[in-house]
Ligand binder design. Structure first.
Ligand code: NAP
Length: 405
């Protein structure tokens, strides 16, 4: 067998992130290759030169973010030095920088600035680079997720202790992007499908934002559990049919645009799809808000639940009183951060379950636009990737993929 040539992480992840379907057993050795990545040597006396996207005050990302360099001392005692592999840019990260998200980032002077700064980003996967002698349960090369939001994941390296980390028990056959995007969106979809109402096999749920990370996860998990789905996407200048087919390929039963949802006669179509209404629509998932929620709620079956978990349109949800009185629809909210804090063991099980499905090729990756972050990557390209997340009709989620850092 020819010797394995270590490749930069960026090239490996380009190859691997396209689809989990290609994750055959040939790929099982990949994570080992990541740990052999050729990279800058650590500076004199073992100090690591780290970079982070940080902010000292709230505002629009393009105005307040900056790339901050600092050094990290060698890990000692209970501390570990982490090297990040992949960190997504999620809508909540932007809201957090804007100062309109309930979870506040940690502002600190420990990164060597006179004024406190916070590191952006809440989700990601890192590998243990070095560990102090008192660290238990984590070894060099292990992959870890952040236990709670607010850690700051848009950074090349970090030093912390095990209390902030969740070990990825089995990273075999998985890419950094798959692991780095599992803990927020798939977990949210998973819990909303399971925890609010007992949807039985052959019954339906309806969701808006169906092409979002959460929406795509809900389609796939729902399909695996035998649930049928009505999926609403925004009408777009072009590409609606391609998107419709993409979601159908993931397992969506029906994909409609927000315009189609509000057309006269939509209720009759739902009756056709649901066998004259005999198959119940037990659950609605809303991350958009505004008028379409009203239209969605109208087609829910009596006693159904409508769970709101996002507000992409920034419009309020208005509830028709008749649905409360005569159909007894329950309107709920879900926030994965709070749920994870209250259910740490269940969170770990949920993550492990989704990663297993991914490994088996049963759960496909969300489409991503990889944003390569090397040691010499310029601040502007990193910040414009963050700002770009605010635009709609994107092809995929922007994810920082760390190369030669
Ligand atoms: N509560 C929780 O625990 C929780 C957890 C995870 C995510 N979320 C929320 O779920 C939502 C989706 O997150 P994600 O990471 O899955 O998203 P994502 O993959 O980044 O996709 C963004 C989605 O938002 C839609 N969108 C963008 N601008 C919009 C607008 N002005 N009006 C209506 N839709 C718009 C996009 O549709 P187009 O393609 O048509 O632009 C796309 O479907 C966000 O609101 C996020 O904050 C909540």
């Amino acid at each position: 067998m020819p010797p394995r040539i270590p490749q930069p992480i960026s090239r490996l992840s380009n190859t691997l992130s396209t689809s989990t379907v290609s994750l055959s057993s040939n790929f099982v050795a990949i994570p080992a290759a990541f740990s052999k990545v050729s990279r800058r040597s650590i500076s004199a006396y073992g100090y690591e030169q780290a970079k982070a996207l940080t902010f000292s005050k709230h505002g629009e990302p393009a105005e307040v973010l900056g790339l901050h360099g600092h050094s990290i001392s060698p890990a000692h005692g209970n501390s570990l030095t982490l090297r990040f592999l992949a960190s997504p840019i999620n809508p909540a990260d932007i809201n957090q920088i804007q100062g309109v998200y309930p979870t506040k980032p940690t502002f600190t002077t420990s990164l060597g600035t006179p004024e406190p700064i916070a590191v952006g980003g809440n989700e990601g996967v890192a590998e243990v680079q070095t560990r102090g002698k008192d660290v238990r349960g984590l070894e060099k090369g292990d992959w870890v997720l952040m236990r709670a939001p607010g850690f700051g994941t848009w950074r090349t390296h970090a030093q912390t202790d095990t209390s902030n980390l969740l070990k990825v028990e089995d990273k075999s056959g998985l890419t950094p992007i798959q692991v780095g995007t599992v803990s927020v969106n798939p977990c949210t979809a998973y819990r909303m499908l399971k925890d609010f109402v007992n949807v039985r096999e052959g019954e339906w749920f309806i969701q808006n934002g169906a092409n979002s990370g959460v929406g795509r996860a809900a389609i796939q998990l729902g399909k695996l559990w035998g649930y049928k789905s009505i999926n609403i996407v925004r009408d777009r200048p072009e590409g609606t049919e391609i998107l419709r087919r993409e979601l159908e390929d993931l397992g969506a039963n029906v994909v409609v645009t927000d315009t189609e949802l509000q057309e006269k006669g939509f209720g009759d179509k739902v009756k056709e799809w649901t066998n004259g209404g005999r198959e119940k629509v037990r659950l609605g998932l809303n991350c958009v808000g505004g008028k379409i929620v009203n239209a969605m709620a109208k087609i829910l079956s009596p006693q159904a639940h409508l769970v709101t978990y996002g507000a992409m349109s920034k419009q309020p949800v208005q509830l028709p009183t008749g649905l409360l009185i005569f159909k007894n629809i329950t309107f709920d909210g879900f926030w994965v951060s709070k749920w994870s804090e209250q259910n740490p063991d269940e969170k770990k099980r949920t993550v492990d379950h989704v990663l297993n499905l991914t490994r088996q090729g049963k759960f496909k990756d969300v489409p991503v636009e990889e944003v390569l972050w090397d040691y010499n990557t310029k601040q502007d390209s990193l910040i414009s990737a963050v700002q770009g997340t605010l635009e709609g009709f994107r092809k995929g989620k922007n994810v920082f993929v760390f190369g030669d850092t």
